[in-house]
Design a protein around this ligand. Sequence first.
Ligand code: ZN
Length: 485
Amino acid sequence: MQINRVYEKLRIFTCGIRHESNTFSTLPTSEANFSIVRGADVLKDQEWVKVAEKEGIELIPSLHAYAWPGGVVERSIFEKYKNEILEDLKKAGNLDGIYLDMHGALHVEGYDDAQATFIKEIRDIVGDRVMISGSFDLHGNLSPDFVKSINILTGYRTAPHRDGAETKARAISMLIESLKKGLKPHIETVIIPILIPGEKGITEVEPLHSIYAQIPEIAKKHGLMDASIFVGYAWADLPRSAMRVFVVANDAKYAESAKAEAQSLAQQIWDKRADMKLDVPSGSIDDMIALANKSEKKTVFISDSGDNTTAGAPGDNPQVLAALLKNKTKNVLFAGIVDADFLAQCVALGVGKEIKSTIGGKVDKTFGFALPVKGKIEFLSPDSIMQTDRGAAVLNVEGVKLVVMKTRRSFVTKVDFEEVKLNPLDYKIVVVKLGYLYPELRDLAPEHLMALTSGFCNLEMTSLPFKNVDLKSYPLDISREWNAQ
Ligand SMILES: [Zn+2]
């Protein structure tokens, strides 16, 4: 009966709540942090939509919500988005499939596992007949409860991420193929007790490079559809935080083969766990500043990794700025620090004026502090004058070019620097509140160093106050014995 569906117009509902929630961060993620797309807007300029259209699918778009990584999501906003999606689903009529556009590391206040609740409520409405496929960031932590409600799942195959559009297209394409061919996909999972930051799980370097390279071959094997390795998201103190391998088979009759492939990938990862390291030199702030100054490279990027705004930290810790000023470091671009009050003072004073005030430590009161600074205001963005959230100022503070922002933003592309009229390559040292550099900066930066700073994104897993994860995970317990069988 299912095979006859080839001649019918299949109907696929689409929705998603994408967030990477840092449970250590004191910065809650609220409605103001979310971008929302609904209805026909969801379908604009998306590779996955083109795939569906080419296959003659009718897409029924509901809400797609996305927020930049931050602290735990406020309960009321999650419930508002979830309820809107569930209401749309009830009104959607007969469906064949659902495509979920997720990150996979969403955590909501008051919920043990909001993602599992979300998919279970979807299942309760559509029943088992409707096939659900999802795409995820490889930094997702998908619990067994979540996975039991989904039929197909796939994750990014690159970190830093270069394949978001491809991954979404693969998720919907597998869904369409399964519906058209009447397949009954089956997922095998192996959870690997490893907690590593994304900075140690880079797919462009070994050991993960060779292990990820096996994925396309596994996906082509008889009876199999896809394989994913999830590095996971370690700055979430939750029982589900771990590395994982998923292999999707066309049918439960290929479960054994899927399990064997998942175990093989998981075992290779476990065997190489000690080799998953930072791919750039790292050390204390002072050591990284000294190393950068000695470098023959014209420009050296330094990541203030503990206050990584792309992994949920607030971005207002002035610890690296304090060290730069103490060391009287010149020719530095500091991009940037969040301080709305300080920015308002700059706007009130105007370009060309001197400011003497304290900066930072207003959101991150755990590791941050207020640093006294004196500098000259050199630039105010039009947004700062209009008092929008994108507002920013550039100051010269004792030879450090300092970007101050109204709200959290990360310098991950060249455009982010252009917006404040700066070229990072004009400076000897560029400090960014990132961990690893995002693809555009990774390609641009002549050299990159990782300052192991304190903060909610501390790269040293053993320094974090974990309580709820598997405390015997590597590297919390390096004596742990485990095998994938
Ligand atoms: Zn990610």
